[in-house]
Design a protein around this ligand. Structure first.
Ligand code: HEM
Length: 522
């Protein structure tokens, strides 16, 4: 019997006793006001006692200061400093909002343990996510079904697969660098929105190739933020027309309809022997290879993939966009801000970019070329360490989960492994608040702390796109440094962190881009 059962048993036996001693007749003599007040007192006491029982020995407010709602109002506008205070309060801490009990793990060993306990926990999604992403979506699979599905997706984001997508990606990079210069003609601009649009465009080209039109990309890029807003952690679970969640669902449905049509075009093209140049092509090719409908050099692959319907493909592609959009936009903002603030770093990137291209800045991107960008890659890695886009990942306990010898997370509670403290651990990363790309030189101490590298999570749900992220951002910042000069307008809020699903500079990043001679370093 757990603590909650004990409490319920005590309540039941108390009520039986009360009945015996004439509780009902006492009730009959009370006024409505007295009854309401009494019920309120019982409910508040129940809420407080169940909070105390769930909290046990871990850190957290002594009492729920606001009965029932807890810190609900603060959670509507989460402050980074409040998360830091929570992490500093102990390896495990807690908070209770309405009926949700939330346990936060700041310690590296505990965070890893949670990520790697799929029999006790699964990713926690807000109620409305099931409606927006649809209940049939693969992201809601758990256990073996999830592992089997992932096996079919993993090959789509490897270095080998990237080779096929890079030419299309490079076109989008060039197009947007031109656009950033154009936008800057009016002087310094807020780039938060520009970068979100750019990320959406490059992701859609990578996922759907040229089956998706410019207009369709624009429609999704202009409206995707509605999906982010609809999926905020605290949201009304029922979709009411013309509310945030309704707008989110409308744009999600429109996007999936577009992806469905793209999937059919890709199926037709692959059956006619087209060489894949986007994620959809690569996935569909593996489906037809598995059935023996086509033969390619990969036909011997052990991972067999069934033929998915266009609707299933569209739902999966939407999850790729959903998983990548906020985190990639966050990385993009911090990467440009950090490099713009450090001209010596930009200069070293330029030197490397020109050197590996033998002085010709127009040499096209390939995975082999990106592999040679050692310093540029260290800059991306250090940016991800100092400003990890995903600071924590919400999971839910499927059953009572004994996370330490002295504490068991109650069934149904949210359990959140934090990523940020591990990446700022001074034992592993000396002067953790300083941006030092050289800490990632081959053989340097930071590499020994592999267990602390939780930027992409770990375990069965580890980020599908991690290789893709490292390679495409290394390529992007390399090209941006060669072809443009970007200047950052520093404000008192530039280094303050805003939390909007992921993390961003609080001033939304003010930048200006100017063309430069790409054959020079200075
Ligand atoms: C800077 C960019 C990114 C960061 C920091 C990031 C980080 C993460 C993290 C922390 C998780 C949770 C892992 C876990 O629970 O162990 C995750 C999951 C995931 N990420 Fe990423 N991600 C990024 C970009 C991308 C991109 C570009 C894709 C493209 C496909 C992607 C696809 C996914 C998917 C599908 C999952 C869920 C995997 C599953 O449940 O099996 N991510 N990511």
């Amino acid at each position: 019997m757990d603590a909650k059962d004990t409490f319920e048993a005590v309540s039941n036996s108390t009520s039986t006793l009360a009945e015996k001693t004439g509780f009902l007749s006492a009730l009959g003599s009370m006024s409505w006001l007295q009854i309401v007040i009494s019920l309120l007192v019982v409910a508040i006491s129940y809420d407080q006692i169940s909070y105390q029982l769930n909290k046990g020995s871990i850190a957290g407010p002594r009492f729920k200061i606001w009965p029932f709602i807890g810190p609900f109002l603060e959670s509507l506008d989460p402050k980074f400093e409040e998360y830091v205070a929570k992490w500093n309060s102990g390896p495990l801490s807690c908070v209770s909002i309405f009926h949700k009990f939330v346990v936060i793990a700041s310690d590296n060993t505990l965070a890893r343990k949670i990520f790697q306990s799929p029999s006790f926990v699964k990713p926690c999604v807000v109620d409305v996510a099931v409606k927006i992403l649809r209940p049939t979506n693969w992201v809601f699979l758990d256990g073996k079904a999830h592992v089997d599905y992932r096996k079919g997706l993993n090959p789509l984001f490897t270095k080998k697969a990237l080779e096929d997508y890079i030419p299309e990606q490079e076109k989008v990079m060039d197009e947007y660098l031109e656009k950033f210069v154009e936008v800057s003609e009016k002087g310094p601009q807020i780039f938060f929105h520009e970068f979100r649009e750019y990320m959406c465009a490059i992701s859609l080209r990578t996922f759907c190739g040229d089956y998706i039109t410019e207009e369709q990309i624009k429609l999704i890029a202009d409206n995707y933020y509605k999906v982010t807003a609809a999926l905020e952690l605290v949201n009304f679970p029922i979709i009411i027309p013309f509310t945030k969640t309704w707008y989110g669902k409308v744009i999600a449905d429109q996007s999936m309809k577009i992806f469905e049509a793209c999937a059919q075009l890709s199926k037709d093209a692959i059956l006619k022997g087209k060489k894949p140049n986007c994620v959809m092509d690569a996935w569909i090719q593996s489906m037809y290879e598995s059935r023996g409908d086509i033969v390619t050099e990969n036909s011997d692959s052990k991972t067999k993939v069934r033929l998915f319907s266009n609707r299933e493909i569209s739902e999966a592609v939407f999850t790729f966009l959903f998983a990548s959009q906020d985190a990639s936009s966050s990385l993009c903002c911090w990467l440009f801000q950090i490099v713009a603030d450090r001209p010596e770093v930009a200069q070293k990137i330029r030197e490397e970019q020109l050197r590996i291209r033998n002085g010709d800045p127009h040499v096209k991107l390939t995975p082999e070329l990106i592999d040679k960008m050692e310093y540029t890659n260290m800059v991306v890695r250090e940016t991800l360490r100092i400003r990890p886009p995903v600071i924590m990942v919400p999971y839910v306990a499927k059953k009572a989960y004994p996370v330490t010898d002295s504490y068991t997370v109650p069934k149904g509670a949210m359990i959140i492994p934090s990523v940020y403290p591990s990446l700022h651990d001074p034992e592993v990363y000396e002067n953790p608040e300083e941006f030092i790309p050289e800490r990632w030189l081959p053989g340097a101490k930071a590499w020994e702390g592999k267990k602390n590298w939780l930027v992409f999570g770990t375990g069965t749900h580890v980020c599908l796109g991690q290789t893709y992220v490292m390679m495409s951002f290394t390529a992007l910042i390399g090209k941006a440094c060669m072809f443009t000069d970007f200047k950052h307008t520093v404000t008192p809020l530039s280094e303050k962190v805003k939390v909007f699903a992921t993390i961003f500079p609080m001033d939304d990043l003010i930048l200006e881009f100017h063309k430069r001679d790409p054959t020079t370093v200075m």
